[in-house]
Design a protein around this ligand. Structure first.
Ligand SMILES: NC(=O)c1ccc[n+]([C@@H]2O[C@H](COP(=O)([O-])OP(=O)(O)OC[C@H]3O[C@@H](n4cnc5c(N)ncnc54)[C@H](O)[C@@H]3O)[C@@H](O)[C@H]2O)c1
Length: 275
């Protein structure tokens, strides 16, 4: 624990991953300001439950990061050392139904926060990326939660596409260790990648660059877990909804790169994590 507590802004801190991150940051001695709008993408009561255990140890700003005046006033009222930006509209299919909501929340609001950092000199900004995270307090719209409900209701599990798509699943504690490590990481070089993974690099002494990269590489399920867990993982992945029009066969997390940069790796197998 450092002598002067770090002052940290967590957006989306009432969500699944954000609430786990808040717990880890509080355990690390940080002083937290959390912004969350408790929207009804899923039941807001779940989000209130997520923060119940530490609500009295944070400054909770109940509001929308799309609101520029609100974001500016939060940055003006606090001198943040770091920002962890996890507030987002998740879910691929709903984003097709309402793309403007997704762009304004996930893109415009990120700019609002970056502008807040620029105006107040915050140099460390950690931004959530993609992959699939599971574990305690998992969002109800995610596969393991949905499949569990269907199994308990004796309903068939919807097999998306032709059932051959696969996706890495990372246990939430492993993600939190990675996010915490990203919060401590100072990059020497910032790398930009596009979908085809062409790389543009430039020397940079700025904030961390940690992300999971969705790509089209096929990855052996052997890397997830051995034996029955591998079969369960394969079954789980067959059932995961991957957008058929994109012909996305497999989505892997570039965990090796995150591990090399920040010194953390995945520890929890799907078998252990899903128990
Ligand atoms: N769960 C996963 O499998 C997974 C995997 C990879 C990346 N992510 C990313 O991690 C982040 C957190 O995901 P999660 O699973 O915890 O989702 P979540 O929906 O549980 O958490 C997001 C939180 O952000 C809040 N929020 C959304 N829009 C907001 C707005 N405009 N203003 C203020 N608050 C707002 C929500 O109320 C919610 O509490 C997201 O960026 C998500 O895309 C999630």
């Amino acid at each position: 624990m450092s002598a002067t507590p770090e002052k940290i802004l967590v957006t989306g801190g009432a969500g699944f991953i954000g609430s786990h991150l808040c717990e880890a940051l509080l355990a690390d001695g940080a002083e937290l300001v959390v912004i969350d709008d408790f929207n009804d993408y899923y039941n807001p009561a779940i989000k209130r439950g997520n923060i119940a255990g530490f609500r009295d140890r944070i400054t909770m700003v109940e509001g929308d990061i799309r609101d520029v005046a609100l974001v500016d006033s939060v940055f003006a009222s606090h001198k943040f050392d770091k920002v962890f930006h996890l507030a987002a509209r998740a879910g691929v299919r709903p984003s097709i139904a309402d793309p403007r909501l997704y762009v304004s929340t996930n893109i415009d609001s990120t700019l609002n926060l970056l502008e807040g950092c620029r105006a107040t000199g915050v140099k460390h900004f950690v931004f959530a990326s993609s992959s699939s995270v599971y574990g305690p307090r998992q969002r109800p719209d995610l596969a393991i939660s949905k499949f569990t409900r269907l199994i308990l209701d004796d309903q068939p599990i919807d097999q998306y596409g032709d059932g051959s798509a696969a996706r890495d699943c990372t246990y939430v504690e492993d993600i939190i260790r990675g996010v915490m490590a990203a919060g401590r990481y100072t990059a020497h070089r910032l790398r930009f990648r596009n979908r085809q993974s062409r790389r543009i690099s430039r020397e940079h002494a700025g904030p961390a660059d940690l992300r999971h990269r969705g790509d089209h590489r096929k990855k052996s399920q052997d890397q997830l877990a051995p034996g029955p867990a591998r079969r369960r993982a394969a079954h789980l992945c067959r059932c995961l909804k991957i957008l058929p029009p994109l012909r996305l066969r497999a989505r892997n997390a570039a965990a090796e790169r995150a591990g090399a940069l920040c010194g953390v790796g995945e520890k929890t197998t799907l078998r252990k994590g899903s128990q």
